[in-house]
Write a protein that binds this ligand. Sequence first.
Ligand code: PXP
Length: 250
Amino acid sequence: MQLYVNIDHVATLRNARGEGYPDPIQAARVCEEAGAHGIVFHLRGDRRHIQDPDVFRLKDVVTGVLDFEMAATDEMIRICREVDPHLVTFVPENRQELTTEGGLDMTRLEIIYSEKVLPAFEGTRTQVSLFLDPEPTHIDIAARLGVPVIELHTGRYANARGEARNVELQRLTEAAIQAHQLGITVNAGHGLNLQNLPEFLETVPHLNDISIGHALISDALFQGLSSTVKTYLNCMDDHTHQGESGPSTA
Ligand code: PXP
């Protein structure tokens, strides 16, 4: 099973100050050096985190799988074809949402995917993946469309507690089995973290890759904060002005 790291929120932090750092491309490099098998980014219509130049820099730097997450708009399809990533994951996008809120409603979207979206990637090296809730109808439609990959939306599992969590695990398990039997590669992601990942991985079969962003980038902050404070203190020790000191506080 493979880990794909979503680096969107490195860009969120960068954009908060409008400086060039932290650089999501540097983050992608670090993730790959640490063993991540793929890098995911979501270029949103409103460009709230990843921006167009990031996409082309990521294409140059990423050596593993590059997964371009996007809404199926004409603009995004044009950019994605230019970038030619290994994987494109289609997600629903809503301007007001804080993050992707659910899977694609394939009962409504089947025709547009069969007539417009999938033909746009025929003959390219880009594999198409659909982000789906663990619903049998959506998975059947993906199979009918000949889609090679789906990503199961784990957000409801991640947020559920008690019995509801077991229900979500069961739905994800059945969805993974269904997709696997239909010859579809099964990925999963959204809301996964070190607390909910173990049970998910131990229960759900046939998983190919797991996509994690927000929790992993957040954990990285605290796993690195202590040593970074020490680095700054060492810098201050090493570079304190050697001349006259200010008023004594003793
Ligand atoms: N997979 C998809 C399709 C997503 O939209 C997202 C969020 O961008 C993720 C995975 C990662 O979710 P999280 O940031 O909660 O780990």
